[in-house]
Design a protein. Structure first.
Length: 143
């Protein structure tokens, strides 16, 4: 009888320690998780899109708004009709270099005129193909 009580006491203490350790780990995970929505990773500081002869010229400046560096940056421009339907999607590599937190980079590109296009929307990925959130993706009016 005494032996059985001793075994129950040891098992109970071990279970309590295990449960306590699990609760502590869960609490640490909660504290390390960022609260609320994350800030956009790519901030559009300047952006201009206009028709120039038979071309559409796109130029601007982006800022790394995240806490991590990007390994290169590729911007995707979605050309939209008046009703918001996408006509085509073009991309341009802003840089192959690493862009650190808070650093900026300029871009400029041209594409053949998309006659029905009236707006442009922006998406972004790093060089490894990881999707990046954009603070002001548009749509922007083509001037």
């Amino acid at each position: 009888m005494y032996r059985r009580k001793a075994i129950h006491a040891v098992l109970g203490a071990a279970a309590g320690a295990f449960t306590g350790a699990t609760a502590i780990r869960a609490e640490k995970r909660k504290r390390n998780k960022p609260s609320g929505p994350q800030p956009p990773e790519v901030r559009i500081a300047e952006f201009r899109v206009q028709r120039d002869g038979g071309l559409i010229s796109v130029e601007g400046r982006i800022v790394n708004g995240s806490q991590k560096p990007f390994k290169g940056l590729v911007l995707y421009f979605e050309f939209l009709e008046f009703n918001g339907r996408m006509i085509s999607r073009k991309n341009t590599e802003v840089t192959e270099n690493t862009i650190g937190p808070g650093e900026d980079s300029e871009f400029t590109t041209q594409t053949p005129d998309q006659v029905r296009a009236v707006h442009v929307r922006i998406d972004a990925e790093d060089k490894d193909g990881r999707y990046l959130t954009v603070d002001k993706p548009g749509p922007y009016v083509i001037e």
